[in-house]
Ligand binder design. Structure first.
Ligand code: IMJ
Length: 253
């Protein structure tokens, strides 16, 4: 499905990452992949994974830093001269903002979550556009906490709502270039991002009980669904948020 396509993966941290499920599926579907990492600690875990998929490059990138992004895209331009898809699988909020009341979110905590989890998509899309000269596909990861209140998700829910709205505005702006922008709203998965979240294991149990399919989704399944949105199979799909959540979000009671 992705034969001959070149894609950038932002947000691979370890073998539990949703970005890993997507990367494995994309590689198996014939894509050539490049990866970024934030710092040495993350690089240590992700490098062997990226190398096992024959990564074309593994580059440092802080999505909150314009110079770092410019350097990354210069490297992609020099190496490939062209880009077919981008996967955005990054989010960050301060730990203290993922507990207690949303009401208590500080200005700094709000801006941190918004910058890393929402604005970073626009920052990536802006730089990817000139390299997507024959069209392309941009995919972001989101979560149901953007639509309904999930305990402790708090400022991340607000940031994911901004991310999903960004998907629609970017899709409108880039449509004339045949660049599609979509998101997958994944069901809860135990990744590094879920580690240390108070009551997360209980939330997984509740998810399993209530989801239409009576189970949780895996990163591999998010990977399979991402092939659709990244490939020409979804050539008429843009600005969409696809729920890959075992039907959790369709249930009212
Ligand atoms: C996160 C918090 C509260 C409830 C949650 C989550 N549920 C799920 C998540 C139910 C599924 C994971 N998720 C969807 C996220 O987007 C997580 C983002 C995140 C996680 C951390 C943990 C460590 C940290 N900052 C973080 N920033 C964002 O310091």
């Amino acid at each position: 499905m992705l034969q001959g396509k070149r894609g950038l993966i932002v947000g691979l941290a370890n073998a539990d990452s949703i970005a890993w499920g997507i990367s494995k599926a994309a590689k198996e579907a014939g894509a050539e992949l490049g990866f970024t990492y934030l710092n040495a600690a993350i690089e240590k875990r992700m490098r062997p994974l990226a190398e096992s998929l024959g990564a074309a490059f593994i580059a440092p990138c802080n999505v909150n830093n314009d110079e770092s992004l410019d350097l990354l895209f210069q490297e992609i331009k020099d190496k490939w001269g062209h880009l077919d898809f981008v996967v955005h699988s990054v989010a960050f909020a301060k730990k203290e903002d993922l507990m207690g009341r949303f009401l208590d979110t500080s200005r700094d905590g709000f801006l941190t979550a918004m910058e890393t989890s929402a604005y970073s998509l626009t920052a990536l899309a802006k730089r990817a556009q000139p390299l997507m000269d024959k069209g392309g596909s941009i995919l972001a990861l989101t979560y149901f906490g953007s639509e309904k209140v999930i305990p402790n998700y708090n400022v991340m829910g607000v940031a994911k709502a901004a991310l999903e709205a960004s998907v629609r505005y970017l899709a409108a702006d880039l449509g004339s270039e045949n660049i599609r922008v979509n998101a997958i709203s994944s069901g809860a998965i135990k990744t590094l991002s879920a580690r240390g979240i108070h009551g997360f294991t209980d939330m997984l149990h509740i998810t399993q009980e209530r989801a239409a399919l009576k189970r949780c989704v895996s990163a591999e399944e998010v990977g399979k669904s991402s092939l659709f949105l990244l490939s020409d199979c979804a050539s008429a799909v843009t600005g969409e948020v696809l729920h890959v959540d075992c039907g959790y979000s369709i249930m009212g009671m």
